[in-house]
Design a binder for this molecule. Structure first.
Ligand SMILES: Cc1cc2nc3c(=O)[nH]c(=O)nc-3n(C[C@H](O)[C@H](O)[C@H](O)COP(=O)(O)O)c2cc1C
Length: 249
């Protein structure tokens, strides 16, 4: 039990560079995909098709896709940011604004400037030196029974995401989710480059690799259990003992 909990606590988003000389081996990939295979899905629909991209040429083509941030993203992203470690430690939710290009975290920045700054090189910089990218797709013509907006289908994709992420973590392989691949021109271009049928949509994408030793570590925060657990009635505290500090790097 403690091993799985430790693994869960140590799983993290790796936003720094990966070692370009260390590909993810086929046997490790197989274990990561095995974790997806046995993930729980609504009605056991197993509603995913996973594209493993490790061709340098194809990765370069994905990196060349222009990915300007939308106005909505910039606005709603801003709401989740903290602007100092102290602020983040106090809030216990959200992420550090310094991870994003300066214009993304400047209130009132002109949207054109933001788009220019985040535009052409954003995806290239993210994918650069990533030996493997997973594109996790689902069939938009289907849904979990009576699931409005296929919420249950999306939850199922999340289960596959977490299973794969934990196994990657256990193998020492870093992972970063890249939401930019879902639901915009990046999704469309990716579909074209990878020959994905029109009816398949991208649930999420993740880059995998071995983080370089010098990779920048940042503060990660969590609420305390008693901040979100309610006992028998909404608002009634469950006095819980946290088994790890609520911040780590
Ligand atoms: C559905 C989903 C989408 C995410 N999209 C991104 C993303 O586009 N880029 C990124 O760097 N991290 C992304 N993340 C990672 C979260 O930002 C991250 O899990 C959260 O900040 C907690 O940090 P940790 O993973 O280091 O514990 C995503 C996570 C989930 C579950």
């Amino acid at each position: 039990m403690s091993d799985i909990l430790t693994l869960i606590q140590e799983r993290r988003s790796v936003r720094g560079p990966f070692d370009p000389e260390r590909p993810v081996s086929l046997s490790d990939l197989q274990q990561i995909l095995e974790a997806a295979r046995w993930s729980p899905t609504a009605h056991n629909m197993q509603n995913f098709e996973i594209l493993v991209v490790d061709s340098k040429e194809v990765l370069a083509r994905l990196g060349d896709i222009s990915s300007p941030a939308s106005e909505v993203f910039i606005r709603e992203n801003y709401d989740q940011l903290s602007f100092s470690e102290e602020e983040l430690l106090q809030k216990k939710v959200g992420i550090l604004g310094t991870m994003f290009p300066a214009a993304w975290r400047t209130p009132g920045a002109k949207f054109d400037e933001v788009a220019r700054e985040s535009g052409p090189s954003f995806l290239r910089d993210t994918i650069k030196d990533s030996p493997t990218v997973l594109i996790v797709t689902y069939d938009s013509r289907k849904r979990a029974p009576a699931s409005e907006g296929d919420v249950l289908g999306f939850i199922s994709l999340g289960c596959a995401m977490e299973n794969m992420w934990l196994v990657a973590q256990s193998l020492g392989i870093g992972c970063q989710i890249m939401s930019v691949f879902s639901g915009n021109t990046v999704e469309k271009e990716t579909r074209r480059i990878l020959g994905i049928p029109e009816y398949m949509r991208t649930g999420f994408a993740a880059r995998l690799g071995y983080p370089v030793a010098s990779a920048f570590k940042y503060v990660r925060v969590r609420r305390n259990v008693e901040d979100f657990a309610h006992h028998n009635r909404f608002g009634a505290k469950l006095t819980a003992v946290d088994v790890a500090p609520n911040a780590q790097r």
